[in-house]
Every structure is written in structure tokens, then in C-alpha cells.
Write a new protein. Structure first.
Lengths: 128, 164
């Protein structure tokens, strides 16, 4: 089944630069509907207001981390099936394992390039 | 009364050694000037690191602004777009360096807290102990203090004014 590129994508990062980079990469890949949140709390609020097709989140953030956000999403009946990709500088094995156990769909270690993002998105959403 | 196995003289000598050791430790601690580190050097180092984050963020945004302009002008030229996307990829360094600098700032804060504990433990008279080490910087080296933090140096206009 073809990937619906008109889906809403939520990117979560406390660095504006990173939000801009990922946003630009997504738009280059054809995903025009991109929303942003600066931490897990803001992301959770947005996720409860609108239906998103994908969440791309950093791990290390104030207020609510990406890991906490992931657990909140997976424990919420209305949100638990949303594909979730972690994009983070946390590159220890235990982090990856913990995220996987919490239900993350894929995990990208920063710094990354456009090809990596596309590849991980395709592994989660299907080829596009 | 003496400790079993130690004569009064030995006990006195041990106490004298201990007092000497404490006095030496106080001098050593004083020489690192914990109050100067706590009040000046560590906060200044934190400000310098904050300034690094600000400057790199501003530069990164400027690079990305221009890459976006180039992409807009390039239209459908794939090679130009790919090159601009590579620029965006590279700009991710700012996020990584920012996180690393945050960790260094956390470490500095921890050192500051430990110094505070040291000051309390050794009493307020620690700073009154004569300094053995003085950072006397003179000559040309005394002029090496840059780059200045925002607002601390003079602007180019002010420099120009000095020449006119």
C-alpha cells in the first residue's frame, strides 16, 4: 500500500535547529504537513488534538523526555498505534533496548543524514 | 591518659604531624582559591559556553537560511537540492555540540557545589589564608582576553570612532 504523504507528521525536539533540519528533510521527501513540538508535554497535547501518522522525537528534552512521551503514547488507547521514531544522540545499547521495549518503531542516532531518515521511515511506513 | 602502645611524646608528635598536615592541606586548598573559582572563573566559563551555543546557533540558522534560498532558486535541479540537503545534514552538528556543552555546564555546576561545600567545611577564614599562587598576567598576555561575551566588548562602530 502506498504511503500517504499527506499525513500529519509531528517532530519533537528542544533544539529549533533540529526541528528545522528534520522539517526540511521531510518536506524534501514529500511530507508537507509537518508540526513541531519543543518537548514531550507539548507533543502529547498536540497528539491528543489531532490525528498524526508519524511521530519523530528526540529523547533528551526538559519537561518530558522523548522516552516518557513514547511510554505515554503506547499506554494511551487512542494513540498507541501511532508509528514512533526516536532520533537522538543517546547511542548506548541500553537506550536502544529500553526504547525498543517501550515500543519504538525505529531509532536513529544523531548525527544522521537524509538517506538514514528516509530508510527508517520506509521501514516503519513502507516504501515511498 | 595516653593511648595504649603510644607514649606521651609519640602522641604529641602524631598530633603535631596531624596539625602540620591540616595546615598544609589548608594552604593547598587556599592556593586553588575556591572562592575565586566559585565567584568568578566557573560562572565566567559557563557564560563563555552559553555564548558558544548562541553563536553557533545563529551561524547555523544563517547557513540554513541561505541554503533554503539556494534551494528555492534552484527549482528542480536535483544536484543543487541534494547539495543543500547535505548542508542541512551537516548543520545537525549544532544540536550535538549544544548537548555536549550542556553536559560540561552541568559538570561545572557540580564543581561549583563541591567548592561551596569545601568553603563551608573549612570555614570562612579560608580566603584569609595568604595565597601561594597568584595569577599575575602582565605584558602582551594581559591583552589576551577575547573573544568578549556579548555586551562586554566594543562594537565595530565604536572601534571606528576611535580611529576617526
Amino acid at each position: 500500500m502506498a504511503v500517504n504523504k499527506s499525513m500529519d507528521v509531528l517532530i519533537v525536539d528542544d533544539y529549533k535547529t533540529m526541528l528545522r533540519i528534520i522539517g526540511n528533510l521531510l518536506r524534501q521527501l514529500g511530507f508537507e504537513n509537518v508540526d513541531e513540538a519543543m518537548d514531550g508535554t507539548e507533543a502529547l497535547q498536540k497528539l491528543r488534538e489531532k490525528e498524526y501518522g508519524l511521530v519523530i522525537s528526540d529523547w533528551n528534552m526538559e519537561q518530558m523526555t522523548g522516552f516518557q512521551l513514547l511510554k505515554e503514547v503506547r499506554s494511551d488507547d487512542n494513540l498507541k498505534s501511532i508509528p514512533f521514531i526516536m532520533v537522538t544522540a543517546e547511542s548506548k545499547t541500553e537506550n536502544v533496548i529500553a526504547a525498543k521495549q517501550a515500543g519504538v518503531n525505529n531509532y536513529i542516532v544523531k548525527p544522521f543524514n537524509a538517506a538514514t531518515l528516509k530508510g527508517k521511515m520506509e521501514s516503519v511506513l513502507g516504501a515511498f | 591518659m595516653t593511648t595504649p602502645g603510644l607514649s606521651a611524646e609519640q602522641l604529641y608528635a602524631a598530633c603535631r604531624d596531624l596539625a602540620s598536615f591540616i595546615a598544609k592541606a589548608r594552604r593547598e586548598i587556599s592556593s586553588i582559591r575556591p572562592s575565586d573559582l566559585q565567584d568568578n572563573k566557573i560562572p565566567l566559563a559557563g557564560k563563555e559556553l552559553d555564548a558558544i551555543v548562541e553563536h553557533t546557533e545563529a551561524a547555523t540558522n544563517s547557513i540554513m537560511d541561505n541554503a533554503e534560498v539556494i534551494m528555492g532558486l534552484a527549482g528542480e535541479k536535483a544536484e543543487v537540492t541534494d547539495a543543500c540537503m547535505a548542508i542541512f545534514d551537516a548543520c545537525a552538528f549544532q544540536d550535538i555540540t549544544g548537548q555536549r556543552i550542556s553536559k560540561v555546564i552541568t559538570t561545572l555546576n557540580t564543581i561549583e557545589e563541591r567548592l561551596q561545600g569545601l568553603q563551608k567545611a573549612w570555614g570562612p577564614d579560608l580566603s584569609a589564608i595568604p595565597q601561594e599562587v597568584e595569577d599575575v598576567i602582565s605584558g602582551d598576555k594581559a591583552l589576551l582576553n577575547g573573544p568578549q561575551l556579548p555586551g562586554q566588548g566594543v562594537s565595530q562602530d565604536e572601534v571606528d570612532d576611535l580611529f576617526n
